[in-house]
Design a protein around this ligand. Structure first.
Ligand SMILES: O=P(O)(O)OC[C@H]1O[C@H](OP(=O)(O)OP(=O)(O)O)[C@H](O)[C@@H]1O
Ligand SMILES: O=C(O)c1cc(=O)[nH]c(=O)[nH]1
Length: 214
């Protein structure tokens, strides 16, 4: 759920401005879920732009406080949300840990990196939600370590029903700064996407798990 419309529009505008949104219908991207997609939103790029990453950091920190007050710790989902998660934790003057997709196969074999105690309250920061599986895998790891997961805040979501169902199944609250809906609105208004690309995106959005460019 998007909390603030202005933030949602502004975030979409900034992502478009730094070319974080890539369109490649002729040679589709493969997503973490294995789905093929004509679109890819690379939020990692925003770390390279100090003013933009500060805006995202400040909006995320504000929304974390608004929604959850001060949790004991901020968590980033590896690797995409390690950078922004650490910035949000720093802004809120809170401890930070990150969660790997699986435990390391060598060294200390940690899945959660950093210091986290049982029963501590945490808010998870994620860069992007498609199916939600990567983020919810991190939530599982945190709960296995007896963390009290208050909720998750991501920069962007595609808003798929699958993701809503997955978050519901895991009883996890999700908020996002922006979403596909705002992105498409902004991209159409600014002429970032051409009519034929918009047509492809609308076709893809009807059944993204089955979409192919054929
Ligand atoms: O909602 P999902 O279907 O799980 O997809 C979204 C995930 O995919 C991306 O991570 P990726 O696996 O590409 O790795 P990275 O974070 O290391 O870049 C992104 O950062 C999310 O974590
Ligand atoms: O689902 C994914 O893997 C994914 C989609 C997307 O648009 N951006 C991203 O970083 N990952």
């Amino acid at each position: 759920m998007v909390l603030d419309k202005n933030t949602a529009k502004k975030t979409a505008e900034l992502l478009l401005q730094i070319n974080a949104i890539k369109l490649k219908p002729e040679n589709p991207f493969t997503w973490a879920s294995g789905w093929n997609s004509p679109i890819y939103c690379d939020n990692r790029i925003l770390l390279s732009y100090p003013l933009i990453r500060n805006y995202i950091r400040d909006e995320m920190a504000k929304q974390v406080e608004q929604l959850y007050g001060k949790p004991d710790c901020i968590v980033g989902v590896a690797t995409g949300a390690i950078g922004i998660g650490a910035l949000v934790a720093d802004k809120l003057n809170l401890p930070f840990v990150y969660v790997r997709p699986q435990p390391k196969s060598h060294g200390r074999q940690n899945q959660i990196e950093g210091h986290l105690e049982a029963n501590q309250s945490v808010v998870v920061i994620e860069d992007l939600i498609s199916t939600g599986k990567s983020s919810l895998n991190a939530v599982d790891a945190l709960r296995d370590q007896k963390a009290n997961v208050k909720g998750m805040l991501a920069i962007f979501t595609y808003g798929f029903q699958t993701a809503l169902d997955n978050f519901k199944d895991k009883n996890t609250e999700l908020h996002t700064l922006s979403s596909y809906e705002y992105l498409i609105e902004q991209a159409s208004e600014t002429g970032y996407v051409k009519d034929d690309q918009l047509k492809t995106l609308m076709e893809w959005r009807k059944d993204p798990s089955k979409w192919t460019n054929k």
